[in-house]
Unconditional design. Structure first.
Length: 159
């Protein structure tokens, strides 16, 4: 998936008291992060981080962390998190909280292989991880987020 030129939403002065746009993450910083964590970030996420290191995604309710603030779920802060219905307990060192989507944490779960699946962390349920039935990849998740906020028109083109 190629990310659109206007992937990141840049706040304007009326929306916030200050405008603080993170600089891009470097390719070297991303490689170091991947080496330390022994995973490969989804290419679309890498591409986006190299434009701007985190922030709000235009046309969605997604807010992605910057590279240095992506967190694994293996620390004491996450001891309360439990797998929801149908999820087997996984290695928390392979689960990364990468952001927020409408009040739910967005987690990349590498317990299923090199291509992570997306899990939601439900904070209001005491910290429950839940899968997304029909969304498998990061790109599918991202496309779904755009589609939900920008549904296709019901108007039919004239014949």
């Amino acid at each position: 998936m190629n990310i659109p030129n206007e992937f990141w939403h840049t706040p304007v002065d009326e929306e916030v008291d200050y405008v603080n746009v993170p600089p891009p993450a470097s390719a070297a910083a991303i490689r170091r992060w991947e080496e330390v964590h022994e995973v490969r970030l989804p290419p679309t996420l890498v591409e986006a981080l190299m434009i701007q290191d985190g922030g709000y995604v235009r046309g969605t309710d997604l807010d992605f962390e910057g590279l240095d603030t992506i967190t694994t779920l293996d620390g004491e802060d996450w001891d309360h998190v439990e797998e929801g219905l149908g999820l087997s307990p996984g290695d928390r060192r392979k689960q990364f909280l990468i952001g927020d989507c409408g009040g739910l944490g967005v987690v990349l779960d590498y317990n299923v292989g090199p291509e992570p699946r997306i899990l939601f962390l439900w904070h209001d349920l005491g910290g429950e991880l839940r899968g997304i039935d029909d969304l498998v990849t990061f790109d599918q998740f991202l496309q779904d987020a755009w589609d939900r906020r920008n549904p296709p028109s019901d108007e039919q083109s004239p014949e």
